[in-house]
Write a protein that binds this ligand. Structure first.
Ligand code: GLN
Length: 362
């Protein structure tokens, strides 16, 4: 039997051993313990001062660097999108004072799809005197689920959830103040044109292809109506929503739409106010938390910028108060986000160090 004194000495020695093992684990990154693994070195690139950004060199570089990427595939649940040439690839930056820098296929018109969603949310904010209407009638929580999720409607009390997934976007269209369907559509189209600063065509073939296969979205519209979270007749909201998704834009249009948000809501090309400056932060916050659907966390982690994607292959990201970066390439990843477009935008954002939480590095 050990005496009390010997026992306590052994306890002290044991504790010291344990402590030194612990210290060693911290010093060697814990690899020997199989627990904590030290992060890889993460060099931080200092931010490029505003006014000195080499925008043209960067769009050229981003375009060239990812030109050979063939990962992903065109959306095909809207049949016509599968026929868009997958090789198309454009990159553009538009600044808050209206300068535009481009590389690649920036004149090709593709369907805007979900990139339209934040802009229609902006229209609703304008019509109702501020952003609160969106929180109250639609919701502002990211779902962590795919853009067309019906499950999200069941598990979240707010039902339509946020205006950047299909449910919330159909609800946003239904909230647009209009006396009939024609006027609703004119408001929605006119608003997108105001953000782009030019007339935009409707891609009728895209509309037909989507509307004739829109059984999922029709289900969503009817569910929302059932829960009193849709504010017009469901089929009307579905038609106008599908039309809005079929509007043809090019990469420069998207960059200018984003630059309007970067410019506090005023289109830098036309000088027209599209959104009150006081509503811009709320809209950008929704884009940050939900613009990439169930990849929004990863996008914020990588790029730190509010952005919106669409299954047509377009993406626009906003650097508040400065500029917007847009890119287009039809091949999408599993979440429905363009592979090359996000690489290009991430690359430019990293080079300029413009992530909102600090420079994200290269
Ligand atoms: N119009 C498409 C849809 O409703 C938009 C989806 C998207 O771009 N993510 O499914």
């Amino acid at each position: 039997m050990l005496g009390a004194r010997t026992g306590s000495m052994m306890w002290v020695m044991g504790a010291m051993l344990a402590l030194s093992a612990c210290t060693a684990a911290v010093h060697d990154g814990g690899s020997s313990t199989g627990g904590y693994a030290a992060p890889a070195a993460h060099p931080v690139t200092p931010a490029v001062p505003a006014g000195t950004e080499p925008f043209q060199a960067l769009v050229n570089d981003a375009h060239a660097r990812f030109a050979g990427v063939t990962e992903g595939k065109n959306a095909d649940y809207i049949p016509i999108l599968a026929t868009i040439p997958s090789e198309l690839y454009g990159v553009a930056i538009a600044t808050r004072d209206g300068h535009v820098y481009t590389a690649g296929d920036v004149d090709y018109r593709f369907s805007i799809q979900s990139v339209s969603k934040p802009f229609t949310a902006a229209l609703v904010m304008q019509q109702y005197g501020g952003p609160e209407i969106i929180a109250e009638k639609i919701g502002v929580e990211p779902t962590g689920l795919p853009f067309n999720s019906k499950l999200a409607l069941e598990i979240y009390k707010a039902r339509s959830v946020n205006p950047l997934v299909n449910a919330g976007a159909i609800a946003a269209v239904s909230l647009v103040k209009a006396k009939n369907e024609k006027e609703r559509w004119q408001h929605v189209l006119g608003n997108l044109e105001g953000f782009a600063g030019e007339k935009l065509p409707m891609l009728e073939k895209v509309y037909d292809s989507e509307y004739t296969t829109a059984f999922g979205n029709r289900g969503i519209a009817n569910l929302l109506f059932n829960w009193e979270r849709l504010y017009s007749e469901p089929e009307e909201a579905l038609r106008v929503y599908t039309r809005e998704c079929s509007v043809g834009v090019n990469t420069v249009d998207l960059a200018l739409m984003g630059a309007t948000l970067a410019n506090g809501g005023v289109n830098p090309k036309t000088g027209k106010r599209m959104l009150d400056e006081s509503s811009v932060p709320e809209l950008l916050a929704i884009m940050m938390t939900a613009g990439f659907y169930d990849e929004s966390g990863r996008w914020s982690f990588d790029a730190g910028l509010p952005a919106k994607t669409g299954v047509g292959g377009g993406i626009v990201a906003v650097v508040p108060g400065r500029f917007a970066i847009a890119a287009f390439s039809p091949r999408l990843n599993e979440a429905g986000n363009s592979v090359r477009a996000q690489k290009a935008i991430r690359y430019i954002a990293g080079k300029l160090g413009v992530g909102l939480f600090g420079p994200n590095g290269d």
